[in-house]
Design a protein around this ligand. Structure first.
Ligand code: NAD
Length: 484
């Protein structure tokens, strides 16, 4: 039975109105656990994207562009209040659309959404320029202006959370946003659009255009009146976005993939390390850009660590996301499931030793058992390519140099973890690991106050923290000549 989300919204949100696509086209969104349709969602085309861009530009010229910064912050706090009020509906929609366990969203994603919004709401009236006394005969200073119209293109693995990572700082800086959720998970973005309007955020400031990447996404990237693209997704699409943005030299921030190493030395608390390593790869069914998909273990303790990892993997409750006891739900789509199963076949063919999982757990629902390969060679494809599923590769090493060279030996550089009680070694690794984030004796926590992102195939620029405000403002230098 399809889920009735008629009380939520399935139309586009453009200039404060819920509107069908101009073409009248819709697409289905599927529950990955039941494999049933959740309903139809309007499919934005090039014309709809153009309407959304015009609406955003108009909003910048009107009330939003002239509003006091403090009032902007208050509106964002009101938006947060409404998100809190409707949290149960948002959590349920997100779980139905993504297959994520409802308990995980309640405990992790949802608090992070609110934290992000309230954190950036507080910045709205603290985006200051500087007086820079360059010459004695002039007052010279900077102001920071909003970059303008922002396209926020979001993936399906954390739709609400990553959406908010983009919306909140952009709106705090006074930009207008066009949010393009992933075609697999459009529902909570639409609900955000509704709540922003209810909060009193003016029409056009947050438009929401669900649709396909190659149409709606590409139209945003190509549009000559979009000033900035903030994108989270795959490295391939990231490259396309960079190329596409060259037309009017849009500013671009890219948060892309990862193949994070989690390095375990024999002097670490092995139980804590194995626990964190298991959740580092199996959380969100491994569909996490910073998933610790390469577990590097010193050969002297490898058997012991693998045993603990397998014990943990086998205890994970995989199944119905609506059941509060479920720890791992399905992956997001049949296509994603097939891709992961393919990688499992590749791992076996390459000669890695499958020690746990490796199979679909049911005939219905895209659930895959937590999977562990041991004896993985660092150059195997399962060790180099992002699988984006619950598949861990255990790689042995004998000394620090070898561990470091394996850890840094992929095209990614998003995050890495190190487990040791030798403080000197820890500091050396913190210094030498090529990663935007390094965790020591922990793995996986993020906080909106700390910059997040990577280089090479992991992206361009940073989100989170005060740095993200730079993404959405342009400095203007002012000279007021007053004579000597
Ligand atoms: P994807 O790149 O296929 O899609 C991401 C978004 O881009 C979707 O909204 C999609 O519709 C849109 N898109 C697709 N083609 C486009 C185009 N030509 N022009 C404009 N937009 C287009 O990625 P995905 O499969 O949805 O997400 C998984 C990827 O995201 C993984 O590689 C993962 O590592 C990455 N990711 C990174 C982070 C991070 O913070 N670094 C976080 C989450 C996910």
């Amino acid at each position: 039975m399809p889920y009735d989300f008629s009380s939520a919204c399935a139309d586009l949100i453009i200039h404060g109105e819920r509107v069908p696509a101009r073409s009248g086209r819709t697409f289905e969104t599927i529950n990955p656990f039941t494999e049933q349709s959740l309903g139809l969602v309007a499919e934005a085309g090039i014309d709809d994207v153009d309407d959304a861009v015009k609406s955003a530009r108009e909003a910048l010229r009107a009330e939003w562009g002239t509003m006091r910064a403090a009032q902007r912050g208050q509106l964002l706090l009101r938006f947060a209040d409404l998100i809190r009020r409707d949290q149960e509906q948002l959590i349920e929609l997100e779980s139905l659309d993504t297959g994520k366990p409802i308990s995980t969203i309640r405990r992790q994603d949802f608090p992070a959404v609110l934290d992000t919004l309230t954190y950036y709401a507080g910045f709205a009236d603290k985006i200051n320029g500087q007086v820079i006394p360059a010459r004695p005969d002039a007052l010279t200073y900077t102001v920071r202006e909003p970059v303008g119209v922002v396209a926020a293109i979001v993936p399906w693995n954390f739709p609400m959370m990553i959406g908010m990572w983009k919306i909140a700082p952009a709106l705090a800086c006074g930009c207008a946003v066009i949010l393009k959720p992933a075609e697999l998970t459009p529902l909570t973005a639409l609900k955000f659009g509704e709540l922003a309007l209810e909060a009193g955020i003016p029409a056009g400031v947050l438009n929401v255009v669900p649709g396909f990447g190659t149409v709606a996404g590409q139209a945003l990237v190509d549009h000559p009146d979009v000033d900035k693209v903030t994108f989270t997704g795959s490295p391939g699409v990231g490259r396309q976005i960079l190329r596409g943005s060259a037309g009017n030299l849009k500013r671009v921030t890219l948060e892309l993939g990862g193949k994070s190493a989690n390095i375990i030395f024999p002097d670490a608390d092995l139980d804590a390390a194995a626990k964190a390593a298991a959740s580092g790869i199996f959380f969100n069914s491994g569909q996490v850009c910073s998933a610790g998909s390469r577990i590097l273990v010193h050969n002297s303790v490898r058997d012991e660590v693998v045993e603990r990892l397998v014990a943990r993997a086998e205890k994970i409750r995989v199944g119905d996301p609506s059941d509060s006891g479920t720890q791992m739900g399905p992956v997001v789509s049949d296509k994603q499931m097939e891709r992961i199963l393919d990688y499992i076949r590749i791992g076996k063919d390459e000669g890695a030793r499958l020690v746990s999982g490796g199979v679909r757990t049911a005939t219905r629902g895209y659930t895959i058992a937590p999977t562990i390969f041991d004896d993985v060679d660092p150059q195997m494809r399962i060790s180099q390519e992002e699988i984006f599923g619950p598949v861990a590769s255990v790689i042995g090493f004998d000394d620090e140099d070898e561990a470091l060279s394996i850890a840094n030996g992929t095209q990614f550089s998003l995050a890495a973890g190190i487990w040791t009680n030798d403080m000197r070694r820890m500091h050396r690794f913190v210094r030498d690991l090529k990663a935007g984030t390094v965790w020591a004796n922990t793995f996986g926590p993020t906080d909106v106050r700390l910059p997040w992102g990577g280089t090479r195939d992991s992206g361009l620029g940073r989100e989170h923290g005060e740095v993200a405000l730079e993404n959405f403002t342009e400095p203007k230098s002012v000279w007021i000549a007053h004579g000597a």
